[in-house]
Design a protein around this ligand. Structure first.
Ligand SMILES: [Zn+2]
Length: 99
């Protein structure tokens, strides 16, 4: 059904889990408006800003930007050590977009 590849089975399991069920992993893409604001804020070119973030969450139902959600940004897979921004580059992995 899905042709996505995963760094390891444990990551795949948590990625495919419902977002309402903790703990889960979420791949979130930053939308264009978000990137423009960041670029302005840090005086950088948009292309030089990471356009995705990787989260562990406790489960949630609204948008991931909700401050009440327990979440943590991760850069490496906690199981196999894979650098997530290298492995999950494609937008196909995005589960949510931050505006
Ligand atoms: Zn992994």
């Amino acid at each position: 059904m899905s042709n996505k590849n995963f760094c390891c089975e444990k990551f795949e399991f948590r990625y495919n889990g419902e977002k309402t069920m903790g703990l889960n992993f979420r791949v979130v893409k930053y939308g264009e408006k978000f990137l423009e604001r960041e670029a302005e804020l840090y005086n950088k070119k948009i292309e030089n800003i990471f356009n995705k973030a990787y989260f562990v969450t406790d489960g949630y139902s609204g948008p991931i930007t909700d401050f009440s959600i327990k979440k943590m940004v991760i850069n490496y897979c906690p199981f196999c050590g894979q650098k997530l921004s290298d492995f999950y580059k494609s937008d196909d992995y995005s589960q949510e977009v931050i505006g």
